[in-house]
Design a protein around this ligand. Structure first.
Ligand SMILES: Nc1ncnc2c1ncn2[C@@H]1O[C@H](COP(=O)(O)OP(=O)(O)OP(=O)(O)O)[C@@H](O)[C@H]1O
Length: 686
């Protein structure tokens, strides 16, 4: 027996490796099995070229666990190693790799994809010692090498019947989880399911005498020729569907797939599936599996494909993706860029072909594609450019248009006086029904924008499409959505408006977070008497910040909702109210408002003094004061409403009109809705 010292300078590198790769100990199995696959492939090549004249024989790679001896063994019938080769490949190459690896990442807490390049020494992450028993295909004695993780190792001649290698791990006490059959089985399924040489883990089991018993047949855990390695011409739709089920047994059927198959200027194979993406982007991410020569690497492909493509499912296999580098480095890698561009282009081409050749099918699938396409257009310039030709707008009647078609459809009616094209949309056609009907009466088309990303999408399109403006159907009164140069007839003078304003203001909802601004518009007599709208800009910014627009958006997210109560100055009911209103009443209201404001200011001041003191710590005097002023505020409110009540019918009508407008916006809820209904009944029964 010979002893030697492994050529690394670090006293004992294994504890470091162990700690460094703490979360990824399990990859040792992938590394050992893929070494066994490599050794077997090398042998096949040697036999193929005639250099090695041996029978191939059974090439199955066998993985076994011995719970009693606490060992895991990976055996192959590949090329094996001579003593010289063990010295060279295991002692020098494998361990110099370890040293280099640690050097490279010593001071960084980078996330390494897949930890390729860890190779053989990763077995020390789970072992107290590792044994290699190997016999080369060449005429040389078998050797046994052992190392306990210190830089010292032993090497000696031994016997082994056939050519090949056994790697025997003596599992460390803190890694005994890996002695569970179920754990190893799960790991093989995760990392080795599509490796190109058959891998056996135990025997197939059979139900016999009310228990499972081993049969003589090997339990092969992998598919050696997964369909992405085949030519598309050899495959039927059913093959793709079946493969999808193998990958995601629980998922819904995908809509369609793309078979990637490139060998120049980089190597890339794979199959990508378009799942139905209806809602919630985040849940759907991270389903693509990345392989390197049929060895599973990771299922998180960020940095390798553009973000929106992580919504797709399937498999990508490429030996040209550098896997032992950090993700931030990956993004700048030239190969990765090319691969990523290629995939983006293929995806766009697939959608484009479907759109051109099967428009009807494409439109049917649009609902499930929309989020994906919009995400891509929002985040990837290149994709935007291709997708702008096949992205769809859908109108409230379910008709689909390309951007170009839509522009043609609306330009006649929806071009405003400055030549801007106004796109009108609804994010909730049910709730905005009355606005949509009003728009239709104006010959406007309303599109549906109710997706998760639509507030951002609208914002982007406004910038991208030429001379375009997007407005939600309830963002203004219909006459103003598309501003035209029409002279307006006013039935109420500015002075009269000034008188009416406080009456309407006195009847807007109180006490909530939202703010209401009363204004007058000269609309047609047949339009609604009062309409409640919400400014497009403020609302959109708020929506975007809720979606997580990041950065400066947060400011808008915290703003209270702000609504415009637009009174139709030409509506007969409104002109009637105006006639009924006398200046005295208006002055009274103004007076009450001022009184109320003064007391409220006092109250606010007192509350400030109180601060967030506990009730028992508040001075009695202050408490009494607060109660007093609260009482006053209450009294002024009551006086005002009694006074308005005495104004009779007109006051009730104003109240009712505003509530009706709130109701048609779905904004009347709870007690407010209840009292509206009561009042309506009263009015009818009179
Ligand atoms: N089962 C085996 N049969 C024959 N040779 C082997 C076997 N396992 C390892 N080797 C030899 O040891 C060398 C070092 O292995 P190691 O896994 O550390 O690195 P690698 O396989 O070259 O690269 P990688 O780090 O990507 O796995 C291999 O290149 C190979 O020559």
């Amino acid at each position: 027996m010979q002893k030697g010292k492994i050529g690394v300078s670090t006293e004992n590198i294994f504890p470091i490796i162990k700690k460094f790769l703490y979360s990824d100990h399990e990859i040792f199995l992938r590394e050992l099995v893929s070494n066994a696959v490599d050794a077997t492939q090398k042998l096949k090549t040697l036999v193929g070229t005639g250099e090695c004249k041996q029978e191939l024989g059974d090439l199955t790679i066998r993985v076994s666990v011995d719970k009693e001896k606490k060992t895991i063994t990976v055996s192959d019938a590949g090329v094996g190693m001579t003593q010289d080769e063990v010295e060279k490949y295991i002692n020098q190459i494998a361990f110099s790799g370890a040293e280099e690896f640690l050097d490279k990442f010593k001071d960084q807490s980078v996330q390494i994809i897949g930890h390729f390049g860890m190779g053989f020494y990763s077995s020390f992450m789970v072992s107290s010692s590792v044994e290699v028993v190997t016999k080369s295909w060449k005429d040389a004695p078998a050797v046994r090498w052992e190392c306990d993780g210190s830089p010292e190792y032993t090497i000696e001649d031994t016997t082994r019947e056939r050519r090949g290698t056994d790697i025997i791990l003596h599992v460390a006490d803190d890694s005994e989880e890996f002695l569970e059959e179920s754990r190893i089985s799960a790991l093989l399924n995760k990392y080795c399911k599509f490796m190109p040489i058959e891998i056996a883990f135990g025997k197939k089991k059979e139900w016999k005498d009310s228990k499972y018993e081993d049969t003589d047949e090997d339990n092969i855990i992998n598919q050696t020729n997964p369909i992405w390695t085949k030519k598309p011409a050899e495959l039927k739709d059913e093959d793709y569907a079946e493969f999808y089920r193998t990958l995601y047994p629980m998922a819904d059927e995908p809509m369609f797939h793309i078979h990637l198959n490139v060998d120049y200027p980089f190597n890339l194979t794979g199959i990508l599936y378009f799942p139905k993406i209806s809602n919630n982007i985040d849940l759907q991410k991270n389903k693509i599996q990345l392989y390197c020569n049929q060895v599973f690497v990771t299922d998180s492909v960020e940095g390798i494909v553009p973000e929106f493509l992580t919504l797709l499912h399937g498999v990508i296999d490429s030996p040209d993706i550098p896997l032992n580098v950090s993700r931030s480095y990956l993004q700048s890698d030239a190969n990765v860029k090319k691969i990523s561009n290629h995939i983006t282009k293929k995806v766009a081409d697939r959608l484009s072909t479907l759109f051109k050749n099967e428009r009807e099918t494409y439109e049917q699938k649009w609902a499930d594609l929309k989020l994906f396409v919009e995400y891509g257009m929002l985040t990837d310039e290149k994709f935007y450019d291709s997708a702008a030709k096949f992205a769809m707008f859908k109108d409230v009647d379910g008709k689909h248009y390309t951007f170009e078609e839509y522009k043609d459809a609306i330009k006649e009616e929806q071009t405003d006086k400055d030549g801007k094209l106004v796109y009108i949309y609804s994010n909730d056609p049910e709730a905005q029904y009355s606005f949509i009907q009003a728009a239709k009466a104006h010959q406007y088309n309303v599109m549906v924008m109710d997706g998760q990303l639509d507030s951002h999408f609208v914002q982007m399109l406004e910038g991208k499409l030429e001379n375009a403006q997007f407005v939600r159907v309830d963002s203004d009164v219909m006459d103003n959505l598309v501003r035209k140069d029409k002279k307006k007839e006013w039935k109420i003078t500015p002075d009269e408006q000034e008188n009416l304003k406080p009456v309407f203001e006195a009847n807007t909802p109180e006490g909530g977070e939202a703010m209401y601004h009363v204004s007058f518009e000269a609309l047609s007599e047949t339009a609604a008497p009062v309409v409640i709208t919400q400014n497009e800009f403020m609302r959109r910014m708020k929506d975007m910040s809720q979606m997580g627009g990041g950065g400066g958006m947060n400011f808008y997210g915290k703003m209270p909702d702000s609504y415009n109560v637009v009174v139709n100055a030409n509506h007969p009911l409104v002109t009637e109210i105006k006639d009924d209103l006398n200046t005295e009443l208006k002055d009274k209201i103004t007076e009450y408002k001022a009184k109320l404001k003064a007391e409220e200011d006092v109250l606010a001041d007192l509350n400030k003094q109180k601060g967030d003191k506990k009730d028992e710590d508040v001075p009695a005097e202050l408490k009494t004061r607060i109660e007093e002023v609260e009482g006053k505020v209450e009294a002024i409110r009551k006086e005002e409403s009694d006074m308005l009540g005495s104004w009779g019918k007109s006051h009730k009508i104003v109240h009712q009109l505003i509530d009706l407008a709130l109701l048609s916006n779905n904004m009347l809820k709870g007690e407010a809705l209840n009292s509206f209904l009561k009042r309506s009944l009263e009015m009818i029964s009179r």
